[in-house]
Design a protein around this ligand. Structure first.
Ligand code: HMG
Ligand code: MG
Length: 289
């Protein structure tokens, strides 16, 4: 299979990036970030999550942020929801898209959402039903697809089974998370190929954290499998709670530049994207390139 002509970037920085920051970023700064991301041409933006504020206090202002966001007519603001309670809050806040998040590892499922993989899928069923009734698109995540901090290697077949269940529930797309950045080009490709054997590859997104420094290489290794959606976080925000000082999600600016080198269009203005990265790194007191 050949490389895609175009890749859709899903910007997850305001959620996946900022949820891992040791400080809670003020709502006004999050708003400034989303405005700059929009200006750079990003339209699929994950802005927060409706989860327990005890578990993730950094996302507790998601409703307040959403109330202040500018219109996004070309795209959708998405949020994570772990259960029906989160879905109801997301709908009340006017979310354009919701995402449920499962895991391919039992240990991570318990650590992240306090239930088994099977239990999480049971919780997601009423969310999927409610999303369908409300006409809100539903996305699904699978975490730990290339390794778990507790269980180690994860079988591609296990990832494929969970991804298939999410599609069967009604997710329009499943994003495969290398949560701890443990993947290599070989393991990433094997995993995506296994998932593509059970769901159409155009419904797969790559969500690679850069902990091991291989996120770009791992994305490259999967792009000829029919995948054309990449999740990324501006400024490489995020880090990983299991690896101190590790980089976060693959940086949006690095992903866009690498895709450009491959002749793959993203529609993103890299100058304005750099502005967004400078803005949030400045607000967090991080060095800027
Ligand atoms: P639990 O303690 O089992 O839930 O947590 P519970 O139903 O017993 O409720 C406990 C308390 O939470 C109650 O409040 C509920 O009302 C409240 P209390 O009575 O104690 O005051 N609660 C909620 N509050 C707000 N919104 C909700 C909600 N649900 C219950 N939706 C729960 C289970 C799922 C709630 C908890 O484990 C949780 O919130 N986990 C969030 C984990 C999270 O956000 N992780 C980060 C996102 S996933 C990720 O980053 C991976 C990804 O990027 C892909 C990748 O890289 O792999 C997506
Ligand atoms: Mg993530």
């Amino acid at each position: 299979m050949t490389l895609p002509a175009r890749v859709r970037i899903v910007e997850v920085g305001p959620r996946d990036g900022l949820q891992n920051e040791p400080v809670t970023v003020p709502t006004a700064v999050k708003l400034g970030l989303v405005e700059r991301l929009l200006a750079a041409g990003l339209t699929a933006i994950e802005v927060g999550s409706f989860v327990s504020a005890r578990w993730v206090p950094q996302m507790a202002d998601t409703a307040a942020l959403m109330a202040r966001l500018p219109p996004n007519p070309a795209g959708r603001y998405a949020v994570l929801v772990p259960n029906l309670k989160g879905f109801e809050a997301a709908r009340a806040a006017g979310a354009g898209e919701v995402a449920v998040f499962a895991s391919a590892s039992e240990a991570f499922s318990r650590a992240n959402i306090n239930c088994s993989i099977a239990g999480s899928l049971e919780r997601f069923a009423p969310v999927a039903q409610a999303a369908r009734t409300a006409g809100i698109p539903l996305r699904g995540y699978v975490s730990c697809v290339l390794g778990c901090p507790t269980e180690g290697p994860v079988a591609p077949e296990t990832v494929a089974q969970v991804a298939r269940r999410l599609i069967d529930l009604g997710c329009y797309e499943v994003s495969l998370g290398d949560t701890i950045g443990a993947g290599t080009p070989d393991t990433a490709r094997a995993c995506v190929a296994a998932v593509a054997a059970v769901i159409p590859p155009e419904r797969i997104a790559l969500h690679f954290h850069d902990t091991g420094g291989l996120a770009l290489a791992n994305i490259r290794a999967c792009l000829d499998l029919g995948v054309s959606v990449v999740d990324a976080a501006v400024g490489g925000l995020g880090g990983c709670p299991y690896a101190k000082d590790a980089p976060g999600n693959v940086a949006t600016e690095a992903a866009v530049a690498d895709l450009d080198r491959l002749g793959i269009a993203t529609g993103i203005d890299s100058g304005r994207l750099a502005d967004a990265a400078r803005f949030i790194k400045g607000a967090l007191g991080r060095p800027t390139a």
